[in-house]
Structure formats: structure tokens, C-alpha cells
Design a protein around this ligand. Structure first.
Ligand code: T1G
Length: 694
């Protein structure tokens, strides 16, 4: 069946793109649009054309899965040109999301009629690209170079009203969209004239140019690292300095170069990986989610309050439960304060805040969870506390209610065993702040029922999270790999590096913050207490322990790895910390030496990749790309490097195996010996991606 059908209505041909689920512009769709344009051009009964789409999305853009493969004709720019140069007027009927190439298709049309719920955008920047089918040339001509550049730089779509105000949309359909677009097309035909976007120049004023150059200069300052921002600046600047055809060719050249760039390949990997994570191997479609209409959260601390906000934001009534009234009051005050800050900032309306607060009921005593469909425990990270809570929840909640724990490290199976219904127990590991961080590790216990897992993943999406299913082990996936980086960072200090050198290497790599600045922010005492609790099972951290024993917990005490003069947020080097580190090296008999940034990267990240390989061997994660999106979305691993496992493939698994063997020999730490999987893949030039495909 052709992905483009032609429906004629009194002199107007309506071309309907129908390529589920999002009408991506695959080669078949591109060819069918070109054929349909040619067919109606030759039909004397047709005076005008409307370009429409089936489903909820107009067109999601080029088919990203085709990138990096041999291009198939016709190229999108050819299809765009065929529309723009049509002898009969073409009007776009935009019913939903018109993104990327989908909007470029509409920009080639001679007018755009949009549904009130439509959204229009050029998100290519988020894939490490720039528009490659005329967007950088036609959009500025329609709305001005400065607003067009801002829209392409953000990559965020604009709603119908904004599109109309900008001049991107010509009309908002107040009735049937197709009829509106067909009438508009018929009117253009009757008038006998229409303007192509490429012929417009009225918005390209000297003021617009000055505004564009200012926004561009600012953008270049902020994004020196990845190549697509400079490419976007150069392409849009062509609107002022080059003839249309030349500027279009320059845009296409930038686009093709970016498609081949590792940072775009990494961002496209993340795009598909985030969607792949929703698939649970072996889970059939017949497994349905349990209905979740009412939730309860145990614990009104930072995490519990944030989790309650997640439910409120999703419109799910939630009861926030504490055992003491004063703790409950403090938790509710914290939630109210968070929302008031957002209202003051203008990112939340007062009405929205009131609606969210109305969804949160405060209560003392676990009995208040009796009618909840799901209970999320976010109490103190202590097995005894959790066992007591789950034992009580087992009695007070209704049969079939899901009992979830937000534990970061503790054994979900052991928690499940404290109830009579281990099949209803699951881990929901939110990341702090829970109402902000997208990642949600859904921890599947040995006895967790399939529908409880499906319900948890479905609920995660409803809460606006990126849920990833993981297995039970110490630290699950993210924190288990983080422990290896923490250990490696400490080793680097004793071997000769200083905190600011390690942090600089990590921020240069693309993280927002290095491990030591992060430790100072979170509080060195947290890890120190956890290590004391874990005894000799704990990962050694002599520098952090020494600082904690001096009461230097980081920002909250004004000094930790760094010094925070007058409570400053950004730390400065602390000579006493550096002297302490040197003394610890001497005490350990280590001859200090300097490290290059590449060496620091290898020593920090190779052990993480190795732990990731072990996580795959143990079945704790279903695929390497799940590990990538856990780190990108839970720990700010820079998405333009694709995540630890994707990055490792770029480094070369054989090189990583060799590096790990050296580190294991140097430290005597057998956990740094390369994992069998890593050695096997490196041995036959394999890859994690190929592993999944197998
Ligand atoms: N190409 C290929 N597959 C796509 C796709 C695309 N553009 N967009 C979505 N899919 C798949 C997705 O992988 C998933 O597959 C299914 O469709 C549903 O997607 C030349 C070069 C449109 C807002 O960046 O933002 O045009 O998992 O789960 O939540 O200048 O999809 O079911 O197998 O996300 O309803 C620019 C990307 C491309 C838009 C819908 N366009 N897509 O969200 O569904 S580059 C984009 C989205 C370009 C031109 C340039 C969203 C959506 P599966 P979904 P959704």
C-alpha cells in the first residue's frame, strides 16, 4: 500500500501521508510524495493541492534510522523543491507535530494551515545535526533570521498560536483542518498567484541581522565543543550573504558532514536507546499494567517529597505519609516551597501549583496507605527500617497494591521477603531531585510479577520519567558503576593527581561537574557513613574519609575537597586538602606523578565500562544501550558521547582491555581485570551493539 494516498475534493487534491507511527520521511514516503505531486500536476481536474497526514503526528521528520546508510532517492531536498516549484499551489494541513524534515516539507508549501493543537519545530540540533532540507534558508525568510535561529538552536517546537504570531503558520483551522487547507489552496489558485518562502525577504532587515549576529555570538560562546552550532550559524548567515541556491548547498554540505560526525551518531544512539529501553525481552504484549489511580509515599524527606510531587504533576492523587506530624509538616512545607519558587520564576502558574497541591494529602501513620494502588517507600536507607515498614504495609494495604521501595543500594529481594506478597514488590529508584531527574531505575526482584514490572515502567512514563528495568545487585546499574569511578578518582589522588585536575578532565569530557566537586555538593559525610556501615565490604576512600574525620563535609561545612570562601558555590583549591593528599600518598609509599587528561579519563571510565560489561554478563541490564541512557539521564554523562558503553566502542574495546590489565597489575585490584565479555568482544572486534542484534 502506498504511504501517500490522493483524495480529491472539488478541484483540490488532498495528499495524505500515512506511514505509522509518526509519518517519518523514509525513502518510500519521499518517493510517494514526489510521485503524487507529479500525478496531480498533470491532472487537469486539479487546481490546487493540500498536503496532509494521517495519525496524531503530521511528520516527525527524516527517517533517522536511514542515517549513516547509503542514501536512497529521492533525497528530501528534491521532494521539497518539487513541492515549492509546483505549478499548482500547495497548502500544508498540519494536524500535529511537524518536526525537522516534516516542517521543511511544510515550509516548501505555499501556505500552512495548522490545527490548534499542532506544534512546529526543527529539533535537528538535539541529534547533533542542523536542518538539511532548506530549513535554515526558508524559516528565516518567513519569520526573520533571529527568531528562526533561536528556534533551531533550542530545537523545541512552538505551539500553533506562536507559529501564527511568528508568521510560520498562515491560519489556524477553526473547523475541519483538511477543509480549511483545501479552501486556502483553492483561494490561492483562484487568485492565480502565491509567494514561495524562498522569494520572501521582508523579514531580513538590518535589525534582524544585528539581532541574529548577537544571538549567534552568544550561542558560539556556549557551544564551542560540538560542531553543529557553528554549522547552524554559518548556514543561517548565508541567508544574508549568499544567493538562495548557494546557501542551500552550503546547508546541505554542513548537514552531510554532521551526519558522519561521532557526536551526532552518539545523539542518535541515545535517541533510539531511550525508546529501546521500553522493551523488556521476553515480555509479551498480553501482560497488562494494573490501574494506578491513587498512590501513597512513605517518608516526607527530600526524596519522598520529590516523589509525591511526581505523582501530583502527573495528576495522580497521592498521600504523603510520615510517622511523626512534625516531619510531615516539614515535608509539606518543602513541597510548597519548591512550587512557590517555580511560580516566582514564572515556570509554573499559581493555578497549576494549587492543582498539584490539591493532589497531595498529608497523613500520619501507614494505615493511610490502605486504599493506594501503589505505595512508594522513601524512608531511611536502613534494612531494619524498611523491613518494619514493608511488614506493616503488607497488612494495611489492599491485595494487589504494588509495594515499591526507593532504595538506592539495598537488596530488593530481601525487602520483598519481609512481606507475604513478594510478587507485588518492586524497586523504583528515583534520582535526586526526584521531581526533576528523568531517570527511574525499575528494579525487578526475583519474584516481581511481570505485570508489576509492566505497571512500573508504564507508571514511570506517566510520571514523565525515563524508566529502565534493572536487576537486583548492590547499587543496581548506575550506583554500582559510580562506585568504580569514585574508587578510581581516589586512587588518582593518591597516585599524584589533585582534585581540580581530575575534575577538569571530567568537565572537559563534557560532564557538568567533576567527582570531587560533586562530593562536596552532596556531602562527603554521606559516603563516609555508608562506608562505615558497610565495613570491609566498602570501597576504600582514604582521602574522603580523612576529610570527613576532620569534619570537612564539603559545601555545607565550607570546606571539603575544595574551600568555599563565604559559602561560595564554586570551590577553590584548598592547600590543606592537597597537603593531606600528599601525606596520604607518602604514608602509602606511593611516588606521586602527574597525569594527562587522557590518562585521567581512562583511569576513571575504563573501570566503569568493565563494570558495565559485568552487569551485562549478570543480566542486571538487558542491553548496553540501557546502561548508556542510565548514565546520560541519571548522572549527566554527556549525551554527545553516547554514554559509557557507546563511548567505549569509540575508544576501542581492545584498547580498554589492555588499559584495564595494566590498572589491575598496578593496583593489585582483581576487580579491574577485564570482564570475560569485554575480552571476548575485543578479541573478535565485536561490539556491544552487535551483541544486542545477535
Ligand atoms: N525517524 C525514525 N523513527 C522515528 C522518528 C524519526 N524521525 N521519530 C520517531 N520514530 C520512532 C521511534 O523510534 C519509535 O519507534 C516510534 O517512532 C514512536 O516514537 C532532513 C535531518 C515525533 C515527538 O528529531 O521527537 O528531519 O520504538 O516513542 O513519544 O532536516 O518520536 O516504536 O520502534 O518517540 O509519540 C528530526 C524525533 C529528524 C523527531 C513522537 N525529527 N521524534 O513522540 O513517539 S532529522 C526528530 C520525536 C530531520 C531534516 C532532518 C518523537 C515524536 P519504536 P516515540 P512519541
Amino acid at each position: 500500500m502506498t504511504p501517500v494516498r490522493i483524495e480529491a475534493t472539488n478541484g483540490v487534491a488532498v495528499l495524505v501521508i500515512d506511514n505509522p507511527p509518526v509519518n517519518a520521511l523514509s525513502a518510500a514516503v519521499r518517493g510517494a510524495i514526489a510521485d503524487a505531486i507529479a500525478a496531480v500536476a498533470a491532472d487537469p481536474a486539479i487546481q490546487a493541492i493540500a498536503l496532509a497526514a494521517a495519525g496524531k503526528v503530521f511528520v516527525a521528520g527524516a527517517d533517522i534510522s536511514e542515517f549513516g546508510k547509503p542514501p536512497l532517492p529521492p533525497a528530501l531536498p528534491e521532494v521539497v523543491a518539487a513541492i515549492e516549484d509546483s505549478a499548482k499551489p500547495v497548502v500544508a494541513a498540519i494536524n500535529g507535530m511537524a518536526l525537522g524534515g516534516g516542517l521543511e516539507l511544510a515550509l516548501a508549501c505555499h501556505a500552512r494551515v495548522v490545527a490548534p493543537s499542532a506544534k512546529l519545530g526543527l529539533p535537528e540540533i538535539k541529534l547533533g545535526l542542523i536542518p538539511g532540507a532548506g530549513g535554515t534558508q526558508r524559516l528565516p525568510r518567513l519569520i526573520g533570521a533571529a527568531p528562526a535561529f533561536a528556534l533551531m538552536l533550542s530545537g523545541d517546537p512552538v505551539p500553533a498560536q506562536k507559529a501564527l504570531a511568528l508568521g510560520l503558520a498562515d491560519a489556524i483551522a477553526d473547523g475541519d483542518l483538511i477543509v480549511g487547507a483545501a479552501d486556502h489552496a483553492r483561494a490561492l489558485a483562484a487568485a492565480g498567484s502565491w509567494t514561495k518562502a524562498r522569494e520572501r525577504a521582508d523579514k531580513l532587515t538590518t535589525e534582524d541581522r544585528a539581532a541574529f549576529e548577537a544571538v549567534a555570538a552568544e550561542a558560539l560562546k556556549r557551544s564551542a565543543r560540538i560542531p553543529n552550532v557553528p554549522a547552524l550559524v554559518d548556514a543561517v548567515r548565508g541567508v544574508f550573504d549568499k544567493p538562495f541556491a548557494e546557501a542551500l548547498a552550503a546547508e546541505r554540505a554542513h548537514f552531510k558532514a554532521l551526519v558522519a560526525d561521532p557526536s551526532s551518531k552518539a545523539l542518535r544512539h541515545v535517541f533510539f536507546a531511550e525508546r529501546e529501553a521500553a522493551r523488556i525481552p521476553g515480555m509479551g504484549k498480553e501482560v497488562k499494567a494494573r490501574p494506578i489511580t491513587k498512590a501513597a509515599v512513605i517518608g516526607a524527606g527530600t526524596m519522598g517529597g520529590g516523589i509525591a510531587m511526581c505523582f501530583a504533576q502527573a495528576g495522580i492523587p497521592v498521600t504523603l505519609i510520615e510517622v511523626k506530624a512534625e516531619a510531615l509538616d516539614a515535608g509539606m512545607a518543602r513541597i510548597r516551597g519548591n512550587y512557590e519558587t517555580s511560580v516566582k520564576r514564572g515556570s509554573l502558574s499559581q493555578a497549576a501549583m494549587d492543582a498539584r497541591m490539591a493532589h497531595i494529602t498529608a497523613a500520619v501513620g501507614l494505615e493511610a496507605a490502605a486504599d493506594a494502588d501503589i505505595v512508594v517507600e522513601a524512608a531511611f536507607e536502613d534494612m531494619g527500617v524498611k523491613a518494619e515498614i514493608f511488614g506493616t504495609l503488607d497488612k494495611v494495604t489492599r491485595p494487589g497494591a504494588i509495594l515499591a521501595t526507593n532504595t538506592s543500594y539495598l537488596d530488593v529481594d530481601a525487602i520483598a521477603a519481609t512481606t507475604s506478597r513478594p510478587q507485588d514488590v518492586v524497586g523504583l529508584h528515583f534520582f535526586s531531585p526526584a521531581n526533576v531527574m528523568r531517570l527511574l531505575e525499575v528494579v525487578r526482584g526475583a519474584k516481581t510479577a511481570p505485570d508489576v514490572l509492566v505497571t512500573s515502567l508504564d507508571l514511570g512514563r506517566k510520571l514523565g520519567k525515563l524508566p529502565v528495568a534493572v536487576g537486583v545487585c548492590y547499587g543496581f546499574v548506575g550506583n554500582r558503576m559510580l562506585a568504580k569511578r569514585t574508587q578510581a578518582a581516589e586512587r588518582l589522588l593518591l597516585a599524584g593527581a589533585l582534585p581540580h585536575e581530575v575534575d577538569a578532565a571530567v568537565t572537559d569530557f563534557g560532564f557538568r561537574m567533576g567527582p570531587f566537586a560533586m562530593a562536596d555538593l552532596a556531602g562527603i559525610d554521606i559516603g563516609w557513613r555508608a562506608r562505615k556501615a558497610a565495613g570491609d565490604k566498602a570501597v576504600k576512600a582514604p582521602v574522603a574519609d580523612a576529610l570527613a574525620e576532620l569534619g570537612r563535609f564539603g559545601q555545607k561545612t565550607g570546606r571539603g575537597f575544595y574551600l568555599y570562601p563565604e559559602g561560595a558555590r564554586a570551590g577553590v583549591r584548598d592547600p590543606e586538602t592537597e597537603a593531606l593528599i600528599v601525606a596520604l600518598s607518602e604514608k602509602a609509599g606511593i611516588a606521586r606523578r602527574s597525569f594527562t587528561r587522557e590518562e585521567i579519563e581512562a583511569r576513571l571510565f575504563y573501570p566503569m565500562v568493565n563494570e558495565g560489561a559485568k552487569i551485562l554478563e549478570e543480566g542486571i541490564a538487558a542491553r548496553a544501550s540501557d546502561i548508556d541512557i542510565i548514565w546520560v539521564n541519571g548522572y549527566n554523562w554527556p549525551a554527545f558521547t553516547g554514554g559509557p558503553m557507546h563511548w567505549a566502542e569509540g575508544v576501542g574495546l581492545a584498547k580498554i582491555v589492555a588499559g584495564l590489565e595494566e590498572m589491575a597489575a598496578e593496583t593489585g585490584d582483581v576487580s579491574l581485570e577485564p570482564a570475560a565479555l569485554l575480552k571476548r568482544l575485543a578479541g573478535n572486534a565485536g561490539s556491544f551493539a552487535a551483541l544486542e542484534a545477535a
